[in-house]
Design a protein around this ligand. Structure first.
Ligand SMILES: [Ca+2]
Ligand SMILES: [Ca+2]
Length: 158
């Protein structure tokens, strides 16, 4: 007894109609997948050039899924810390994730780590999942220009 014969018993007797039945069941019973960020928070080194953000779909869809994405200022401010980014993202039918990039601005100023918010909205062929917004922290990579501990700095840097 194969597994295929087991579940098909009493419904269909040929492979083609079994396949058709599966497709029909999926269209009728499967709820819309939801879109969300892979993580509610992420970080990127200031000198990395860009941050790659991953959007996930909770399940594959038979139709392409689209959504809007946009950045907004937090303690990190565009355009001095990052490039304001927005647009439409499409996840092709059958796939469950897609990425987009946010350009990060490098400088040589020693400063605190700064964060911005990324938001998903207006999905089509999907619902909005959680998290629909995420925090991206830009981690400063510059040393203090006038260290108050000149003797120990070389040790710290090693
Ligand atoms: Ca830097
Ligand atoms: Ca910096």
């Amino acid at each position: 007894m194969s597994s295929g014969e087991t579940w098909a018993a009493g419904t269909d007797t040929t492979n083609s109609s079994v396949t058709q039945t599966l497709v029909e069941r999926n269209l009728v019973t499967r709820p819309l997948p939801s879109v969300r960020f892979a993580a509610a928070s992420a970080s990127v080194i200031e000198g990395a050039g860009k941050a790659t953000i991953t959007v996930q779909l909770s399940a594959t869809s038979a139709q392409p899924v689209t959504m809007q994405y946009a950045t907004s200022n937090g303690t990190a401010v565009a355009p001095s810390d990052y490039a304001a980014t927005s647009g439409t993202l499409m996840i092709d039918a059958g796939l469950t994730s897609k990425t987009f990039d946010i350009t990060i601005v490098n400088d040589s100023i020693d400063e605190a780590d700064e964060a911005l918010t990324i938001t998903l909205s207006a999905p089509t062929n999907a619902t909005l999942g959680t998290p629909a917004s995420a925090t991206l922290t830009i981690v400063d990579d510059d040393a203090a220009s006038a260290p108050s501990w000149p003797i120990y700095l070389p040790l710290v840097r090693r």
